[in-house]
Design a protein around this ligand. Sequence first.
Ligand code: KIV
Ligand code: ZN
Length: 519
Amino acid sequence: MADDKVLFLDTTLRDGEQSAGIGMTGDEKMEIARQLQRMRVDIIEAGFAASSPGDFEAVSNIAREVKGPIIASLARAVPNDIDQAWEAVKNSDRPRIHVFLSSSEIHQMHQLRKNREEVMEMAVSMVERAKSYCPDVEFSPMDATRTNKEYLFQMMEEVIRAGATTINIADTVGYAIPSDFADLLMELRQRVHGIDGVTLSVHCHNDLGLAVSNSLAAIQAGAFQVEGCINGIGERAGNASLEEIIMAVDTRKDLFNVETGIDTTQIYPTSRLVSRITGMSVQANKAVVGENAFRHASGIHQDGVLKDRSTYEVMQPERVGVPGSSLVLGKLSGRAGLQSRLEALGYNLSREEISAVFESFKDLADKKREVTDRDLEILMDEEKRVASEPIMYTLDQIQFSGGDHDVPTATVRLIGPDQQLHTDASTGNGPVDAVCNAIDRVVGCSCSLVDFNVQSVSEGIDSMGTVTIRVESDGKVYTGRGASTDIIVASAKAYLSAVNRMLAADEEASAPVAGSTPD
Ligand code: KIV
Ligand code: ZN
């Protein structure tokens, strides 16, 4: 019987979003937050409210709508950040303000340009300010693992006295080594007054590939909260992979002797959702959620697994929600087969929704020998995307030609907001460029492409590909996604989806605000 419970703070929506090249819309953040709620994470760090109006809105919406987990907003140790964080989380049943401030001399000297006394005073007064709003206050000494211990311990004592309820040791630059990190935690537990009355947390980055190991060492040394991101996404080399820590604690209960409140069967759906939304693929050999994590290739291993799975599996795929596959879906499959597979993947659809997706499934099955789970996820995403995103223009037809001697040329036919067909053609540096130029000509816009990411979803030459595109117009970035067995068609859909978002935002911005126009 385990002694205690370890809490998991998921920061996919905040630190995860700091991964280079990622930008999530408010709706996408809400979708991930709801999935984290299903997975029963203890705390969702929903964003950094003061960083942008979009983040503020996303945090407020999540705080209002996602019940169960604590909802936290990050805040620098400055009054405006703390005020905004509170405004954003105050409608949660369980709000938290997470204040951070650099404790290391390197950061204080080169970044903050303040002396250690000034920084100490900021930490105390800003924790007090946060506490005046919210009973649940987390404080993170940033770059704690490169901080002079005496100073770090003093800072911890003072912020605990000021009202912090969680102290989070941040290995901001992934500098820690497990044994050393465990020693630091054990020492601070002995030396910091008041530490027993608060939750001791850790936040590890993966610069040396040790974020998960450090987090596990910390749990063994007495940490009761760990922070991380799904799929280990995050700033630079990423944050600790939350799913890996959870499954290590779950699988080796004999060593950790702690419970988790996590529904581990939601791990795989969460990983897939985060990968699809962020456009960051999960490497095949990634622990717990990678494509190969439960595949056995060598004869000896296969023989063992067929006799008894425990020979080569330390956890069962069902435990993390990887659906078993007994049914092959293809063009001869019927509605019932499709429905049963979608249910196994966690989709509960009405008859009408099944009918709609069945059409797209049949189209796809005509092009592909076998429709895999990944293909189905993409189909479902496409259905949802089309149903939820602003539709100004839709793709009706597309034709392109190219080669290493010809000028790439594309013709597109779009259905416009007037429900009429609009056709135009263009050349480009390559077929994708030609398609985007042709769409620009029809729509009458010109935005610049800032990111283009292609992901092959399943194996084989006939695999589905998803394209994520980011375009910029007037300093704002819009993301679009599209999927198809043809990468150019997927690119056209993705570009059009980004353009539709941009047009909708323009329309909203130019709509007269009630009462603002003269009578
Ligand atoms: O890595 C870090 O130090 C952080 C803090 C804001 C907790 O993300
Ligand atoms: Zn971080």
